[in-house]
Design a protein around this ligand. Structure first.
Ligand code: SF4
Length: 285
């Protein structure tokens, strides 16, 4: 079992002081400890963006991938070793820009992985251009007259793609965020937690104060996470009030259940030289 200290690395942290990424990594470490996992039991996959440094700062198995490819790599790692708890970390650009082609397919396949979206509603690493979740009208470096495109709604997109666990957290509510990560990491299937993560350097609109004035907890509002209509309705709330918590969860078959050969010894531990492929050759050759 890992401790919080075990999960720290000796790398210098280059995130801006006050960045919401600190809240995410703190909550993830707490969730790993609460679940009694060892460092070697967890694999973190990160994409491109400020969140990508998570593999430097979280002392578990790590895989830093090319832009937008967190989900296919995380899925493959899980299939290769079903004993691993696989967490994909991805930004709003990485998930819903270049990675958007993978998102609905991961959600509908339902691999047993967690996706944590560092959603700061802007491109932070490249110094403040619009991202796919930037709200319409937001003035940024790339949109000096205000963003004129409608924003992607991660919660509605996950629901529409049949994700089996859909949640939103906020780094200013660290206890609830930890609890959401505990639920997501222990969920059998694809769990997405979209995390509101203020970028203190480049997003002057969606600040800690902005969220403090708006967020409310679904579990305190009588929300029923088994009701997809309610989940859709809540997913559209943003301007006045912003819901955080579990929007929707529904148990359904997990992707790896479709592959009987995955039963037993994890693929990564099997000796390839001992594999008998005679049956396969007869079937396909
Ligand atoms: Fe965080 Fe924004 Fe700084 Fe990136 S640029 S580390 S998202 S505050």
């Amino acid at each position: 079992m890992a401790t919080i200290r075990d999960l720290a690395t000796d790398q210098t942290n280059y995130w801006c002081p006050g960045c919401g990424n600190f809240g995410i990594i703190t909550a993830v470490k707490r969730a790993i400890v609460q679940l009694g996992l060892g460092r070697e039991d967890v694999t973190a996959v990160t994409g491109i963006g400020c969140h990508g440094k998570t593999t430097n700062y979280l002392n578990v198995n790590g895989f830093h991938v090319i832009h937008g490819r967190v989900l296919p790599v995380a899925t493959a790692i899980k299939l290769a070793n079903l004993e691993q708890t696989v967490i994909g970390f991805s930004g709003d650009g990485d998930s819903f820009g270049i990675g958007m082609g993978h998102f609905p397919h991961a959600a509908r396949r339902n691999p047993d992985i967690t996706l944590i979206v560092h959603d700061n509603l802007i491109y932070g690493l490249t110094t403040g251009q619009t991202s796919p979740t930037t709200r319409r009208g937001h003035m940024t470096k790339s949109t000096p007259r205000g963003a004129f495109e409608e924003a992607v709604n991660p919660i509605a997109a996950a629901l529409a793609s049949n994700a089996s666990f859909v949640a939103r957290g906020y780094v200013g509510e660290i206890q609830q965020l930890t609890d959401l990560f505990v639920q997501a990491l222990s969920w059998e299937g694809f769990a997405m937690v979209d995390v509101l993560q203020p970028c203190v350097s480049w997003n002057r609109i969606n600040t800690y104060q902005f969220y403090k004035e708006r967020v409310y907890k679904l579990e305190e509002a009588g929300h029923d996470p088994s009701d997809i209509s309610q989940a859709y309705e809540r997913s559209l709330e943003w301007t006045e009030r912003i819901p955080i918590g579990v929007f929707y969860k529904r148990k359904r078959p997990v992707y790896n259940d479709n592959f009987p050969f995955l039963e037993g010894e994890p693929l990564n531990r099997r000796r390839i030289n001992d594999a008998d492929i005679t049956g396969l050759m007869k079937e396909f050759a």
